[in-house]
Design a binder for this molecule. Structure first.
Ligand SMILES: [Zn+2]
Length: 113
């Protein structure tokens, strides 16, 4: 029913000429095309510091459940541009995570093995 999908496949019968590189417009690089397609990936959520927002969320190195949401699955601390924390709370968070690592509540690094 939809004829519009065929308009780009106008000359698909000469598919062996595709690799030749004569017609440069047929070169498809999926990685670059994917990056250029959507400059804003995903849903743009407003980043706000969770600890500024919620006064009850106290940064404590003895609370690994809270700190765990601010480390990656490899065990690294998520940067501020990702987590959206303010500078003050990011500093306190990093300190709490480092302390929690020292008493092995949090991992230093997570390897695949
Ligand atoms: Zn904050």
């Amino acid at each position: 029913m939809s004829d519009d999908t065929r308009d780009i496949n106008d000359d698909t019968d000469s598919s062996e000429g595709n690799r030749g590189g004569r017609g440069g417009k047929q070169i498809v690089r999926p990685v670059i095309r994917m990056l250029g397609k959507s400059p804003s990936r995903g849903v743009a959520r407003r980043k706000v510091c969770r600890f500024c927002l919620d006064a009850t969320a106290v940064l404590d190195y003895k609370n690994p459940q809270l700190l765990k949401s601010f480390i990656t699955d490899r065990g690294k601390i998520t940067p501020r541009r990702v987590s959206g924390n303010c500078a003050k709370h990011q500093r306190a968070l990093a300190l709490a995570i480092r302390r929690a690592r020292m008493i092995s509540l949090l991992p230093f690094a997570v390897t695949g093995r």
